[in-house]
Write a protein that binds this ligand. Structure first.
Ligand code: HEM
Length: 555
């Protein structure tokens, strides 16, 4: 700091006879006052003038602006995921304006035509917003979930064949290697209690999470994570630590410009020790360590696939995991045409994290909530068992087609995913000024895609839209739109690439569990709530009482 600056600010003039310092002092004072006035004006403009009097969105109905600094943020964060939005749509109609923290406006659109524009016809101009891509990039890899426009088009085209039905049909048997373990673990733990006929309480979400991790690891990249049997598996542990940090704090850090790039750098990994010195930043050190471990494991998985020279049909049949298929397709493409688009090694490695991030917790949440709904509705559970038992009496590992043909199982899963979608909402950002559903949407506006609201909208689903009624899928309502009445897997070019895989997996797990066990609430008056996270992971890991359907011969 220069001595002149100090002299001026604190009026420490070394030469008392000289009056020029008084003029200097005044100039500085004017500068300070006018800067303060500008900053105050900008804050008042941002928090009050703009949202109340100037915003072109101000006449769109919506909840009150609320607290000038937080807006409706507290209601959103403290409410159950998707529920405040549902109340607003009920109250204010099909287009709603919500003001969040520091005056940031968001719009909710619900009509099929509006959703078609945002998600399908103009999807390139409505990408995932930057803050969302930063969060996804760090926790689920810079893969399909973060790329946009042409890069997304090319990457998705390269990946689609690996998710095609013939491949999924061939993979179904891999699910049962994991499911058999799960059934065996539940069964033996029940049998080891003093009164097996009363069953045992299990934290169902935890078990579904282990099972879906093992399934996605083996089907997506042929890796045996074995977390059902070994909770200390390196990849399972690293992934668990990666997603554990407090999400709200993590998001708050990530929106600071430069932080995502810093966290993704090797420098941050090498210097992570320093984060442990500050209590609030300490979880980041664990997260950086986990990211590094996952990258190392992904690199070795990819290396192994690339050096794999499977040429015989039986070798190739054995290696039907998604990553093997991608590596083989890339090799073939390059041999045919050197100029063709192929994914870089880094992009391929990032897909490992994308499959883990996108395909594990989502499917686990879907399964846990389905078991909860069945635990609360014993009649539906019994009807489902009635459909499944004859199949399992013949074959304990029903294939893709057999599972697909189980009509009531399909209804139960579709209804559960409708009512409690594992991803309750997502976001888009307008990259152009546009007209949607009669309102002007300025460039830069953040749009809520309110998955849970649409899925339970009474205008489409009728008066019992918020109730669990699998039979509704046998006769769909008149207003039903095949793409925009349930958005659990979204629609358009960014729709879930793993949809068919997730549904087949959920069917195999659920059918095997319901054939073997009865699920009941763990205690009277149990209420299940989701965490306010990206997925609908249950807050208490969903304790349920599990009993054997038929007593084992030992009993
Ligand atoms: C019940 C289970 C699942 C649900 C409810 C679900 C839901 C979703 C949703 C809503 C999106 C769109 C997100 C957005 O655009 O903001 C999405 C995208 C995606 N999902 Fe899933 N998902 C599930 C399972 C899976 C599985 C098993 C995989 C793969 C192994 C997977 C891979 C992906 C990928 C890669 C994307 C990005 C697609 C793109 O942008 O092109 N998902 N998923």
């Amino acid at each position: 700091m220069s001595p002149t600056f100090l002299t001026n600010v604190f009026n420490l003039n070394p030469n008392p006879g000289d009056v020029s310092h008084v003029a200097d002092h005044r100039v500085l004072l004017y500068v300070l006052i006018s800067s303060g006035a500008i900053v105050t004006y900008l804050i008042v403009h941002r928090l009050i003038f703009y949202p109340y009097f100037l915003s072109p969105l101000r006449s769109i109905p919506g909840p009150p602006l609320g607290n000038p600094i937080l807006g409706q943020f507290r209601t959103i964060i403290e409410g159950e995921a998707g529920i405040p939005q549902r109340q607003w749509v009920k109250r204010y109609g099909s287009v709603v304006r919500v003001v969040g923290p520091i005056g940031i406006e968001r719009l909710i659109f619900t009509k099929p035509e509006a959703l078609h524009k945002i998600l399908v016809s103009d999807w390139v101009e409505y990408p995932r917003p930057g803050f969302m891509r930063d969060i996804l990039g760090l926790t689920a890899g810079y893969g399909l979930l973060t790329v946009t426009g042409n890069e997304h088009r090319q990457m998705r085209k390269a990946m689609n064949p690996a998710f095609a039905i013939p491949n999924l049909m061939a993979q179904t048997d891999m699910y049962y290697d994991v499911i058999d373990d799960l059934v065996e673990i539940f069964g033996s733990q029940i049998d080891n209690t003093e009164r097996p006929e009363l069953g045992k309480e299990f934290l169902v979400y935890d078990w579904m999470s282990k099972a879906t991790l093992d399934i996605v690891c083996s089907t997506a990249f042929g890796y045996k994570s074995n977390s059902l049997q070994n909770p200390h598996n390196e990849l399972a542990e690293a992934y668990e630590n990666l997603i554990r940090p407090n999400l709200a704090r993590f998001i708050a850090m990530i929106v600071v410009p430069g932080v995502p790039q810093l966290l993704g750098s090797d420098w941050a990994y090498r210097h992570r020790y320093w984060f442990t010195k500050i209590k609030t930043l300490a979880p980041l050190a664990v997260m950086l360590g986990s990211m590094h471990k996952i990258k190392r494991i992904s690199a070795s998985i990819l290396q192994e696939k690339m050096s794999d020279n499977a040429t015989t049909v039986s070798d190739m049949e054995a290696k039907r995991d998604i990553m093997s298929l991608l590596v083989r397709a890339r090799k073939a493409d390059l041999e045919k045409d050197k100029a063709v688009y192929t994914m870089s090694d880094k992009a391929m490695m990032d897909q490992v994290l994308t499959f883990l991030g996108a395909g594990h917790e989502t499917t686990a949440s879907g399964l846990a909530w389905t078991l909860w709904l069945l635990a609360k509705d014993q009649e539906v559970q019994a009807n489902l068992r009635e459909e499944i038992i004859p199949i399992f009496d013949n074959n304990k590992r029903p294939d893709y087609r057999t599972l697909k043909d189980l009509q009531f199982l399909d209804c139960v899963i579709m209804e559960s995913l409708r009512l409690i979608p594992p991803v309750p909402m997502t976001f888009r950002r307008a990259e152009k000024t546009d007209h949607i559903d009669g309102v002007i949407v300025p460039k830069g506006t953040i749009l809520y895609i309110p998955i849970r609201v649409i899925n339970t909208w009474k205008d489409i689903w009728g008066h019992d839209a918020e109730e669990f009624n699998p039979k509704r899928w046998l006769k769909l309502p008149e207003n039903y739109h095949p793409s925009f009445s349930t958005l659990s897997f979204l629609a358009g070019p960014h729709a879930c690439i793993g949809k068919t895989m997730a549904i087949a997996e959920m069917k195999a797990v659920l059918a095997s569990l319901i054939a073997n066990f009865v699920f009941e609430p763990a205690y009277e008056g149990q209420v299940a709530l989701p965490t306010a996270a990206v997925t609908m992971k249950p807050k208490d890991n969903m304790p349920l009482r599990v009993r054997r359907v038929r007593q084992s011969p030992a009993n």
